[in-house]
Design a protein around this ligand. Structure first.
Ligand code: 5AD
Length: 356
């Protein structure tokens, strides 16, 4: 099969076997990438218009009990300068974000046991009470079903938990033995059953990854049907075991974004910070390949350089308002428009209109 036929098959909802997807992801021309991108952005425009949703991320802790081999805030990185934001500091970030128009707050952190269910629920409840018109997204890693339930009860709407790779053997090469793909997948299914809008996703070009692994990621996502997909290139961090590994590529990330959009027309798909880190206009290119979300940083400027998952992470010292304006301009430069609403997944937005 030729790549154009493969791309057409995905666009027409004819799912390809893993080998065919791997063939496409293993090698494609710039013209083939542009073909996939143009189909993907047509789909995104049909579902969402030429609109890009902004989500404000608050990186509230960089303590982590995990030891993922790729990640700059892994527990064994003794050079990481650790911090935690207090509830009040976190709320201040949301307040500043709200004033600048943000209506989704993403609380992201390492797996930090200091944020027990009790403490975390208190933070979520406080945000929920003060900002009833905003969506609250959590990205706190693996927790118990009970924990996820309580956080939902406290007012969380969405949860991001990248599966990282859908291949168990590959997963085991990226993580220590105490972390398993099975547990990740169990968490994702639990989150969905609890009524969260759920995001999964993976790194592109992570060490040991083959095109067949990426094909498996796509097939997993086609079956799981997440509401959100987080997908960006792997970038090495100098204080991790993967310091000498090659980074993923922008073009392969763009091809994956395009295929995700074609497979799941309604998915909320960020043009990630990692993409913007490897290419100064990476996020714009992501939008032109079907992405429809950008997630700027609302963390206090004093901690932004400490949440370093990989080297050279795109940094801006901008306040939320300046940040929004800058992104509005960037997005306008490619003919798109920033929208500041909650930006729920269409299935959930319909629920909201029905009053559920
Ligand atoms: N390069 C790119 N992405 C990374 N992440 C963690 N470390 C890196 C890295 N070195 C991603 C993981 C995680 C998300 C929060 O950040 O996919 O799920």
């Amino acid at each position: 099969m030729h790549n154009i036929e493969r791309i057409d098959a995905v666009a027409q909802d004819r799912m390809l076997p893993a080998e065919e997807l791997a063939g496409l992801l293993g090698s494609f021309t710039d013209e083939e990438l542009e073909y996939a991108s143009s189909l993907a952005r047509a789909v995104a425009q049909r579902v969402f218009g030429k609109k890009v949703y902004l989500r404000g991320i608050v990186e509230f802790t960089n303590y982590c009990r995990n030891n993922c081999l790729y990640c700059g805030i892994r527990r064994d990185n003794k050079n990481a300068c650790r911090y935690r934001l207090s509830q009040e500091e976190t709320l201040t970030c949301c307040r500043d974000g709200y004033a600048a128009g943000f209506r989704t707050f993403v609380l992201q952190g390492g797996e930090d046991p200091w944020y027990s269910d009790e403490r975390m629920c208190e933070i979520v409840s406080a945000i929920r009470a003060e900002f009833p018109d905003c969506a609250i997204t959590l990205s706190l890693g693996e927790r118990s079903e009970e924990s996820y339930r309580r956080l939902k009860q406290a007012g969380a709407d969405r949860y991001l938990l990248r599966h990282e790779t859908a291949d168990a053997a590959h997963y085991a090469l990226l993580h220590p033995a105490e972390q398993t793909l099975q547990n990740r997948m169990d968490c994702l299914h639990t989150l969905r059953a609890l009524g969260y809008q759920v995001g999964c996703g993976c790194m592109v070009g992570s060490p040991f990854q083959t095109p067949l692994h990426l094909a498996k990621d796509l097939l997993f996502m086609a079956e799981f049907r997440p509401h959100m997909i987080g997908l960006g290139p792997f970038i090495p961090h100098h204080d991790t075991p993967f310091r000498d590994e090659a980074a993923g590529t922008v073009r392969q990330s763009l091809m994956l974004l395009a295929l995700c959009r074609l497979m799941l027309p309604e998915v909320l798909l960020p043009a990630t910070t990692a993409l913007g880190t490897l290419d100064p206009i990476g996020r714009e290119r992501g939008i032109l390949a079907g992405a429809n979300v950008i997630m700027p940083n609302l963390s206090p400027v004093s901690v932004r350089k400490k949440y370093m998952l990989y080297d050279n992470k795109l940094f801006s010292g901008d306040d939320p308002e300046t940040c929004r304006r800058a992104l509005e301009q960037r997005v306008a430069s490619i003919g798109y428009q920033v929208v500041m609403g909650r930006g729920d997944h269409p299935a959930f937005a319909a629920d909201a209109r029905k009053g559920n």
